[in-house]
Ligand binder design. Structure first.
Ligand code: 5GP
Length: 187
């Protein structure tokens, strides 16, 4: 889908719809192989991860289930990564093979904290799957079992990722024009 509405606001496309589709399919195939004979539970973090998990699960040829969490940062995120769980998982994860499905890992602080919350519930296993890895900004060292793309240090929107709650419905991942970012008081 070509977006007429947003096309003036995007500086450049970083990953096209076709590139995303191919990488998500590949990740799904790998998970299918790695978890053969098991029924993993995909844990998706709202709201950014919703589109990715919806696409990814359709490429996993296993009886997967999916559950959602919503979190908000607590105080200055860069300082601690401490998050508040505003929507917890609906089902228990004890003894389940859990795959946390994230849209993007930046400093890794949020996920590091989330991982501790999940591990306390004693899953059988816990692995991390991310579509985007902004590893140059990483502070917390998190082993990634599955990753789609490496991303340079740019702020991207689209495919579930927002800026001030907009742009999530773009089918590709792109960088916003600078004036757009200024308009929206990006800090
Ligand atoms: P971290 O704790 O890893 O620094 O934070 C990750 C979160 O920051 C992501 O889940 C996402 O909400 C936000 N984030 C980091 N980089 C980007 C980006 O390039 N674009 C958007 N839209 N959000 C980002």
């Amino acid at each position: 889908m070509k977006s007429k509405f947003f096309s003036n606001e995007i500086e450049r496309v970083v990953f096209t719809e076709a590139e995303i589709e191919a990488v998500v399919a590949k990740m799904g195939r790998q998970i299918t192989k790695d978890y053969a004979g098991r029924s993993p539970l995909l844990v998706s973090v709202l709201r950014g991860g919703m589109i990715f998990v919806a696409d990814l699960m359709r490429h996993i040829d296993l009886p997967v289930s999916v559950d959602f969490m919503a979190i908000t940062s607590y105080g200055p995120k860069a300082a601690s990564g401490v998050v508040q769980v505003v929507k917890d998982l609906d089902d228990p994860i004890t003894k389940r093979d859990v795959i946390v499905v994230e849209d993007i890992i930046d400093t890794g602080l949020t996920l590091n904290y989330l991982k501790q919350i999940l591990l306390a519930k004693e899953p059988a296993s816990l692995s991390i799957c991310t579509l985007l890895d902004k590893s140059v900004r990483r502070i917390a060292n998190i082993p990634l079992a599955y990753k789609g793309f490496d991303l340079e240090d740019v702020f991207v929107v689209g495919y579930g990722l927002d800026f001030n709650q907009a742009y999530r419905n773009l089918p590709y991942l792109g960088v916003l024009k600078e004036d757009r970012i200024k308009d929206l008081n990006f800090i």
